[in-house]
Design a protein around this ligand. Structure first.
Ligand code: ADP
Ligand code: MG
Length: 584
């Protein structure tokens, strides 16, 4: 609730204006039955047409005024709720951007998406509904009760009893609804998670003909959501009719008590019954707002969870910007993922000199990606230290560090936009370590084509219909795996990094293209320190030094010849890929 109030506070002026219109509208509604009673008791009873016309005219005027107020408060309510929704979404998004991968692993992307979309909508609906009826309901309700007491004092005690019963029903409504709507939101998360997993791996699902199993999973999640929703709505559904029943019963009682009312007071009695109708309306409104409040509360808790999430990594107090030449040193580095009790990396130590190329080889799951992810601080090591040119990465300004390091991830990720835009991602962010303002539409084509040349991408780019202007779909769907990998490499090269990390990103290239790319790297003007991860021994065997990983530990570090000599795992990989080596 605090969260909602915090955002409402920013729009307090409009909130007050809308509330003022709402109050006027309520007053207009309240005046109607009173004038009605004047028409009946004074006009009709006395057969006075002038009075009937006069009061009728006043009623029409009041109705028009009420309608005008209703239009105004609707306008302000929609505007404010939409603006607040936009602000919350913006804040969530911005906070998520600042989080480290450890936070994202914990919160889960599917759940973050539900929070940005569904949970924000719940809060929007709630704000909209309180601005539309919050004040009106009590004003109408209380006003109606007072007017009933004025019009027909004898019946007042019954009113009070009815209001008390209805209020109790509303409290029960909150207590029943709150936990149930929390559950609905969780099920929605799950459904989003299943859909997201299916859609991002649709090729694999089809290849394994696993559509049925996936559909089953989806149906299960969807069924659970429906069940949770049904249970919540069923529990809530009871209350509105119960409140209706109570009030209608009150009206009957009121009429029964008034059965020996004088004929001259018929108009007053009619007004009272009318006011009872308004009380009922008000109570229904209140219970609706409460339903929506219950949902909004559950949602705001979930949104708060994301907004309150602090980056898992500590920021350095005085982050430095040392000159980075590319000397990289791991000293007794161990690392465990926050959600795992096992170390993914154990006591890793090695050094890469500026300009050297270090190959990293090892079976899948041996920790190769985990190791390189520590260098640009996607995660922080749990023990030991990683230094770049003698400076601990945790002490270096994060943006500066990431500008000097290019990491090409195992899975090539491209964005919707032209090839040129995708490639210049690196360019606009960093030129020689200094962040430059992005000059829109002003691309350094020279650097782009040079990088594309080294990554062996220029040929296929030029063969596409629109060349560098070719539009890529989301994630680069209209490209082959190897094409995507070459574009990702080119994008990384444009930054002119001091440290270049290639995480198994040449796997989809044929041997010939791969060796061309690697040769191109060694011929670059400013030679970067390269960490080259691969499953293929042929890729790494010619580089300066090779790190052989197994099960998160270093099994060997040295040249190809050294490792063949004294690293069993390396020899096994060699023999399985190239063939048995003759014992000397
Ligand atoms: P490789 O790149 O050599 O195939 P990884 O570094 O990806 O290996 O994985 C090493 C180990 O860490 C594996 O056991 C894997 O299950 C685990 N792991 C990888 N990513 C995560 C993660 N985000 N959360 C928890 N465990 C992970
Ligand atoms: Mg990997």
């Amino acid at each position: 609730m605090k969260l909602i109030l915090r955002y409402l506070k920013k729009h307090i002026v409009i909130f007050c204006i809308s509330t003022a219109f709402l109050t006027l509208e309520a007053v207009a509604d309240l005046l109607q039955p009173t004038y009605m009673s004047y028409i009946v008791d004074n006009g009709v009873a006395d057969k006075n047409t002038d009075k009937i016309l006069m009061y009728g005219g006043i009623m029409l005027g009041i109705a028009l005024f009420g309608a005008f107020c209703a239009v105004m408060r609707n306008h302000f309510a929609s505007r404010t709720s939409q603006t607040i929704g936009k602000e919350i979404r913006h804040d969530i998004y911005q906070n998520v951007q600042s989080l480290s991968l450890e936070n994202i692993d914990r919160l889960q992307p599917a759940s973050i998406i539900t929070r940005i979309t569904n949970d924000v909508t719940q809060i929007q609906d709630f704000i909209n509904s309180i601005m539309r009826i919050l004040i009106k309901a009590p004003v109408t309700g209380i006003g109606a009760v007072i007017l009933i007491i004025v019009q027909t004092p004898k019946q007042a005690p019954i009113m009070i009893i009815i209001i008390v019963i209805a209020s109790l029903l509303i409290v029960a409504n909150i207590m029943v609804g709150y936990p149930r709507f929390g559950k609905v939101q969780k099920k929605l998360d799950k459904l989003n998670g299943v859909s997201r997993e299916f859609l991002s791996s649709v090729r694999v699902v089809k290849a394994f003909r696993a559509e049925d199993r996936e559909t089953g999973k989806f149906d299960d999640a969807s069924g659970e959501l429906a069940a949770a929703n049904t249970s919540a709505l069923r529990a809530m559904a009871m209350f509105a009719p119960l409140i209706n029943l109570t009030v209608n019963f009150g009206i009957v009682l009121l009429l029964w008590i008034s059965k020996d009312q004088k004929a001259a007071d018929i108009g007053r009695l009619m007004a009272s019954v009318n006011y009872m109708g308004q009380v009922l309306f008000a109570l229904n409104f209140i219970s609706n707002v409460i339903n929506s409040a219950v949902r909004a509360l559950a949602s705001s808790e979930r949104i708060k969870e994301v907004l309150d999430e602090k980056p898992a990594q500590k920021k350095a107090e005085n982050p430095g910007k040392p000159e980075i030449k590319g000397r990289l040193e791991f000293k007794n580095v161990s690392f465990a993922y926050a959600n795992s009790s096992r170390n993914a990396l154990n006591n890793i130590s090695f050094t890469a000199e500026p300009g050297q190329t270090i190959g990293i080889i090892g079976p899948t799951g041996s920790g190769k990606s985990s190791l390189v992810n520590l260098i640009p601080r996607f995660y922080d090591c749990t023990e030991g230290s990683i230094t770049v040119d003698g400076c601990d990465v945790r002490e270096i300004d994060e943006e500066y560090l990431r500008n000097r390091i290019s990491l090409v991830a195992q899975k090539a990720l491209l964005f919707t936009g032209t090839i040129k835009e995708n490639l210049s991602w690196g360019l606009s962010r960093a030129v020689n370590g200094e962040t430059q303002k992005e000059k829109s539409g002003n691309y350094d084509m020279d650097r782009i084509t040079k990088a594309a040349d080294i990554a062996c991408a220029s040929e296929f780019i030029e063969n596409t219909e629109n060349g560098y202007e070719t539009l890529l779909g989301q994630g680069g769907v209209n490209l082959s795996g190897g094409q995507k990998q070459r574009l990702s490499i080119a994008r990384a090269l444009i930054k002119n990094p001091s440290i270049l990390i290639l995480d198994d990103c040449t796997s989809a290239l044929d041997a010939n293209t791969e060796s061309k790319v690697l040769k191109g790297l060694s011929e670059m003007e400013t030679k970067a320190t390269v960490l080259l991860i691969s499953q293929r021994i042929s890729t790494v065997m010619r580089v300066d030094k090779i790190l052989c990983l197994n099960n998160g530990t270093v099994e060997g570090f040295g040249t190809h010849a050294e490792l063949l000599e004294n690293c069993r795992t390396y020899r096994e990989i060699y023999e399985s890929q190239i063939g048995k080596i003759e014992k000397l």
